[in-house]
Design a protein around this ligand. Sequence first.
Ligand code: ATP
Length: 228
Amino acid sequence: MPILSLKHISKRYGAIQALSGVSFEVPKGAVFGILGPNGSGKTTLLGIVTDVLKADEGSYSLFDAPPAASLRRQIGTLLETPNFYHYLSAYQNLQIAASIKQRPETDISRVLGIAGLANRQHSRFKTYSLGMKQRLAIASALLGDPEVLILDEPTNGLDPAGIAEVRELILQLAQSGKTIILASHLLDEVEKVCSHVAILQQGKLLLSGPVNEVLAREDFVELSAADN
Ligand code: ATP
């Protein structure tokens, strides 16, 4: 059963065609990378499947069913940097997040543990490293124990240590059975973290499938050369 299935999704902003007829499926248990340069339509695509934006054409299903609010509760999202309070602790910040998202407060210790932040949960957010801040953002997306996580450029703006920590956390979550969909403009990141990839260029899907198969294709070499 695919977790997400897109059929001919198109979206335009005025004269800009952000997505043109994009179709692909995300299998259960995948770490699915949406790879493409800036402006290729990654954020627009994630916006559509999280119901922040409406597609002009096409349709998609979640868990093999039409998208419904009840299914959306099974999806945790990190689409932009959360507004955490610098003078509150990680725990207090997640209390606020749990209240806004209507997730049980009893879940906070669990997600802090998964993100490796249990021993610093009472430290103020402002004392956190970049990697810890982003791990807290992922912990917040994990409140309520969703089956799927959708992350937009999760390592953007981090230092090398933070990038390594966040990639490690993503791999750990995948091992625990979560399906993860992430946007990235870094081929290197997709190779290190993802099992599957869909490559977007100027709003069109160029290739998709298991990472090892896609990267082994002859036409992939030309394509990555054209992107850089
Ligand atoms: P980035 O990594 O820079 O966010 P992206 O691959 O996520 O890039 P999108 O942000 O989806 O790409 O943008 C796709 C295209 O749509 C780009 O040409 C962008 O300029 C345009 N676009 C995105 N949002 C809007 C908007 N609200 N109004 C007008 N054009 C937009």
